[in-house]
Ligand binder design. Structure first.
Ligand code: NAD
Ligand code: UFG
Length: 333
């Protein structure tokens, strides 16, 4: 299939591009490189041993985008491009509505103009808000508590309306839980700008000596050891979930799938696993809970297993050792 990948130079998009190429799909990446670099394209080519077609452009440039769709004529779009920091979205909400919502609107306009009818969309477990029960299934109410989560939910709603508006329009929403890890080659991984906000990149920075210690946000949650529990999913498993969705998208008008492992790991458990993977000391410091954090977030993964024939196969050990390999091979100041 011809697959147009927005945000394909980013963390999840680059790993997905590798899996798509491995399955013989013909890929075109569109990325404005606001949170990635041309080096990622070079590395995709190194791993896949194929030329990686890409365009440096913003998905909000609708008329340029229509011209790209008319030339490439994709069968399907996978839409990763967007902003993803919960904290920034609270400080700069309009940037999030502009990029995430208007970017997606522009993309759908280009799809309509050129007759492209299939899309897979990157959503997030953050759309659920405070869990009323765990594991979270796809029927759990969606009540996002920050602007980032709202943009994700609003785009889901827009896609639902778009998918039902015309025969043959199809959209699959993938709600990721906590993507971590890196490609086993050590050539691709997560490269956050500035000081990272998420647990795994912070642990890696402490292990390598870039940060002195990790602040653990709260030790009084109702979990096994009092620290926050999450469903971490390896980015390569996540990438393969997109390939599975591409196979199924034409059989659906609109559908939503959780993408996780179905099991949880606490902050302390992840630190222990990373110590083993790296052989390094990781200093910790308990501090107050972080505002907006929930105690537990775990996916119900039955629907993805039954209907996409996809399940995660990699565990916390793989996630830690791959993230560590990526870190030591790509040390930056
Ligand atoms: P990322 O920042 O690494 O990748 C996003 C890519 O999109 C970057 O390469 C960036 O340069 C590009 N981009 C941003 N705005 C663009 C625009 N207007 N036009 C063209 N390119 C643009 O992020 P990621 O972790 O790979 O996340 C991909 C998607 O998955 C995002 O939509 C994110 O909201 C969603 N998601 C991520 C996580 C996570 O923890 N990483 C969790 C749930 C959902
Ligand atoms: N944590 C710490 N110390 C840190 C960073 C995190 O103790 O320095 C803890 C958090 O309190 C939480 C756990 O580690 O208990 C995981 O935190 P992350 O920031 O890695 O992940 P979140 O679950 O808070 O959020 C992530 C993404 C969101 C996304 C959400 C659901 O950052 O964008 O998963 O998909 F919406």
């Amino acid at each position: 299939m011809k697959v147009l990948v927005t945000g394909g130079a980013g963390f999840i998009g680059s790993h997905t591009t590798i899996e798509l190429i491995a399955q013989k799909h013909d890929v075109l990446i569109i990325d404005n490189f606001s949170n990635s670099s041309l080096e990622v394209i070079r590395r995709i080519e190194k791993i896949s041993k194929k030329t990686c077609e890409f365009l440096n452009m913003d998905i909000r440039e609708t008329s340029k985008l229509i011209a790209v769709f008319e030339k490439f004529v994709p069968d399907c779009v996978i839409h990763f491009a967007g902003l993803k920091s919960v904290g920034d979205s609270i400080i700069f909400p309009l940037d999030y509505y502009d990029n995430n919502f208007l970017g997606s609107l522009s993309l759908l306009k280009a799809m309509d103009a050129s007759g492209c009818k299939k899309i897979i969309y990157s959503s997030s477990a953050t759309v659920y808000g405070e869990p009323k029960y765990v594991p979270l299934d796809e029927k759990h109410p969606c009540e996002p508590v920050n602007p980032y989560g709202k943009t994700k939910l609003f785009v889901e709603e827009m896609l639902k309306d778009w998918a039902t508006s015309k025969d043959k329009n199809s959209a699959i929403i993938l709600r990721y839980f906590n993507p971590v890890g890196a490609h086993s080659s050590g050539l691709l991984g997560e490269d956050p700008l500035g000081v990272p906000n998420n647990l795994m990149p912070i642990i890696a920075d402490v292990a390598i000596g870039k940060l002195p210690h990790i602040n653990i946000y709260g030790n009084d949650y109702s979990t096994r050891d009092g620290t926050g529990e999450r469903d971490y999913v390896h980015v390569v498993d996540l990438a393969q979930a997109h390939v599975a969705a591409v196979k199924k998208v034409s059989q659906r008008d609109f559908d939503v799938f959780n993408i996780g492992t179905g099991s949880g790991t606490t902050v302390l458990e992840l630190i222990e696993e990373f110590k083993k993977a790296s052989g390094k000391k990781i200093s910790t410091n308990f501090v107050n809970r972080r505002m907006g954090d929930v105690a537990i977030s775990i996916a119900s993964v039955e629907k993805a297993k039954d209907e996409l024939s996809w399940s995660a196969v990699k565990d916390i050990k793989d996630m830690s050792s791959d993230a560590w390999r990526w870190k030591i091979q790509n040390m930056t100041e």
